[in-house]
Design a protein around this ligand. Sequence first.
Ligand code: G1P
Length: 292
Amino acid sequence: MTPQTIRKAVIPAAGFGTRFLPATKATPKEMLPLVDKPLIQYGVEEAVAAGCTDIIIVTGRGKTTMEDHFDRSPELEAALGARGKTELLQLVQSIASLARISYVRQPDALGLGHAVLMAKELVGQEPFAVILPDDIVDAQPGCLAQMVAAFAETQATILGTEWVEGDAISLYGCLDCTPHPTNPRLVAVNNLVEKPRPQEAPSQNAIIGRYILTPRIFAMIEQLTPGTGGELQLTDALRALLKYEQIYGFHYQGQRYDAGDKLGFLKATVDFALQHDAVGPAFRNWLRTQKF
Ligand code: G1P
């Protein structure tokens, strides 16, 4: 069989963003900026850097600014052009040509599994990536690119994985897994459980918001009944998939931030600001003058 490649990435972005209220009352949390770029653009750029040409964003009510962000902006472009602001003009234009982006609506927030299911028709019968835009991974090469390279070897479902300390495991999907015989970054998944109680967690291997999934996952989601939090959980669909296919966890190289959480968002902001070409040096100097 010809090895399959990953051309499509699904980005679920229909959540309410309650952890950021009131900022997210009328603004999608995916549009909150880390320094000067909205969260969702980091996800799209990571998918593009991994070789994806088609991005499917799962949206909901009140999220249309995301569509405007990735569209052309003729008035703004004309104004920047007239003022000779060439660099900004190129920056604005480049966002609209990042990838082919389609949008599908999730009418009710019924869980991550349900959000992924909304993309079934647009994905079709091929393996695809899922990026949760709250999880920002600072990595070179990007986290998804690392996983795509591993997929070239396994041709099987791969879940981005990270070792977390103590009770934090109950915030994540958790893997029961064993080391891969040859690739130290891979683990073979034996079982998965969504947000286990700390004392019941089979390991400290947490699933992060990066997935490469085979299309059989859609049939597994369709058969789901509501799980943790009354939602259709992707983790439960993956457990059902284990009956048919091998699943791997992948320990990526890089630094992840939970930007869906205030503290994680602030950490990411500081680290990205320090790395920023224009403001980084001045921000570092200013931080040095602060007393904590
Ligand atoms: C979701 C998944 C969970 C995963 C996490 C990664 O949970 O259900 O398995 O570990 O993303 O960020 P959420 O954070 O949306 O509650």
